[in-house]
Design a protein around this ligand. Structure first.
Ligand SMILES: [Zn+2]
Length: 312
């Protein structure tokens, strides 16, 4: 095959490799930032980020890194012996470092997949910028093919890095002020709810009430099936995750889908609790606590009145 064909393939794989190297640390940052969320929210977010990380890392970044190695080697063979080309020797040095960086990201990826956090979000944002340094250094070298020009490039780059660091710090401050926003909710007005629900349902679902313990319909009910929201019929829990918590209310250790519910910090009654709402109609369902059984360790403590059981 023609040299230019390999060159094109090489450039394409470099672009997709860098796309992965740029986006991956971003997912690390999101994962680390989710640490500060309440336990239930944290689990939902981190599980999602882990899926995204796996897809990006094994689906794009690793295959691209391997393609770069193959096409790059074919191209480098045309310049043999490479010692005649100082810019190429230096470039290959940067590429070797870039592979070392790739392996370093792989180690962070493995840690996060196992729920270990060893870098702060700020440290990860700095790590995120390392790819920029490589990109600038390598492109300058390849285009100018001149080591001295690259030195100017690197000096300029350090200035750029300093500016980026300041920008990162400023950005972090802005982010801290931002609240995590949930998807849009379907709005039904209050009068509609009053006609749709009976008095007791209204008190619990729409006024965040709690039914009496040991009295609800589903407290000691373990038939198999699906539990839907009493407000809108949205599927919420499965009988497979229902257990007797001894608390007096129906308890589940997991939800059908993390998108089916919405979690809100609840400071009422002088306690810090996490409220569980239906993500579709925003009805109050109950609370989630961290004293549940394995594998989630969560206890969704839900009012019977907020649920409707459907046999499977
Ligand atoms: Zn609902």
């Amino acid at each position: 095959m023609n040299y230019l064909v390999f060159k094109s393939l090489h450039i394409i794989s470099v672009v997709t490799w860098f796309a992965g190297l740029f986006y991956m640390p971003r997912l690390f940052v999101y994962f680390a930032e989710a640490e500060t969320k309440n336990p239930a929210e944290k689990k939902i977010l981190q599980d999602q980020f882990k899926i995204m990380q796996r897809r990006l890392w094994y689906g794009i970044t690793w295959p691209s890194a391997i393609a770069v190695l193959i096409f790059g080697s074919i191209l480098a063979a045309q310049f043999w012996p490479i010692t005649q080309y100082p810019w190429l020797v230096l470039k290959l040095g940067f590429v070797a470092l870039l592979y070392a960086y790739h392996i370093f990201l792989h180690a962070i990826f493995k840690q996060q997949q196992n729920n270990n956090i060893s870098f702060s979000p700020l440290a990860l944002r700095v790590i995120n910028e390392i790819s920029t340094i490589f990109l600038v250094a390598i492109v300058f070298l390849v285009v100018l093919k001149n080591v001295l020009s690259m030195v100017y490039g690197i000096v300029g780059l350090f200035v750029l890095v300093a500016i980026l660091m300041i920008a990162i710090k400023a950005y972090k401050k802005i982010r801290e002020r931002e609240e995590f926003s949930m998807p849009e909710l379907k709005n039904i007005n209050n009068d509609d709810w009053k006609t749709k629900l009976n008095e007791e349902e209204y008190k619990i679902l729409r006024m965040c009430g709690t039914e009496r313990p040991f009295a609800g319909e589903y407290y000691l009910f373990f038939e198999s099936g699906i539990y839907t929201c009493a407000g809108c019929g949205h599927e919420l829990f499965s009988s497979e995750t229902k257990y007797d918590s001894g608390s007096g209310w129906p308890a589940f250790y997991d939800v059908i889908g993390t998108k089916n519910i919405r979690l809100i910090e609840d400071q009422s009654l002088g306690m810090k609790r996490v409220e569980v709402r239906c993500s579709y109609c925003d009805s109050h369902l109950g609370h989630v606590f961290e004293d549940g059984p394995r594998p989630t360790g969560l206890r969704y403590c839900i009012n019977s009145i907020a649920l409707k059981h459907h046999k499977s």
